[in-house]
Design a protein around this ligand. Structure first.
Ligand code: MN
Length: 208
């Protein structure tokens, strides 16, 4: 993985639960590539927060890129898809937002990007609908559908490529449906995107 790009506010119900403007275009932030935690892994509960949230997301992995990619050519850049979680220190993100400071400390911390195995387009096609869910300790918390994405995957790739050059190895976390909530040490998070796959991670105790 080269870079992890994340889309903010891309499902209407999540925008409403966060109390944000529904008419604004999405925006982007990034996480470091070494924040990835593989399927079956454990996320140590991070420092400084009392409110880490889960955000289940469809992940897109690029095999090529470019600048100013037309929407109609964007799918040609995709290697495959996976299920990921944009883990968020919500209290620190909101504090940064309120102070008009960057979101890194809330979003781009160590182990903040669990990501399941990538599956190639030859197996998944380009999914535009299908359930996207997260269960915490067996209880359904997030239950959306890919057809609720405000900006779809080709539009995201095209728009982001106007801002930066996209390159093979970049992955994009495409935003979360509603139902985000706090997760604590001991929780088992089970995520699924219909037709793409599954991801299970455990939240562990804080690092000493
Ligand atoms: Mn997110």
């Amino acid at each position: 993985v080269r870079r992890i790009w994340c889309v903010g506010r891309n499902y209407i119900e999540h925008i409403r639960e966060m109390g944000q403007d529904e008419r604004l275009p999405p925006f982007y932030f990034a996480k470091p590539a070494d924040a990835i935690v593989p399927d079956g892994g454990t996320v140590p509960y991070p420092s400084l927060t009392k409110d880490m949230h889960h955000e289940v997301e469809l992940v897109v992995a690029l095999k090529s890129g470019g600048r100013n990619i037309p929407v109609a050519k964007a799918n040609d850049c995709i290697w495959g898809y996976a299920v990921g979680i944009d883990l968020t220190r919500r209290d620190l993100q909101i504090a940064s937002r309120d102070l008009k400071r960057p979101w890194e400390i809330g979003k781009a911390f160590d182990h903040s990007a669990p990501c399941g195995p990538l599956r190639p387009v030859s197996e998944t096609g380009h999914p535009t609908k299908g359930k996207i869910t997260l269960k915490c300790n067996g209880k359904l918390r997030q239950d959306g559908d890919l057809n609720q994405l405000i900006w779809n995957v080709p539009e995201i790739i095209s728009n982001l490529s106007e801002m930066v050059e996209l390159v093979a190895g970049d992955i994009i976390m495409t935003g979360t449906p509603s139902g985000v909530a706090a997760t604590v040490a001991g929780d088992k998070l089970e995520c699924e995107v219909e037709g793409v796959g599954k991801l299970t991670v455990t939240i562990g105790p804080p690092l000493k």
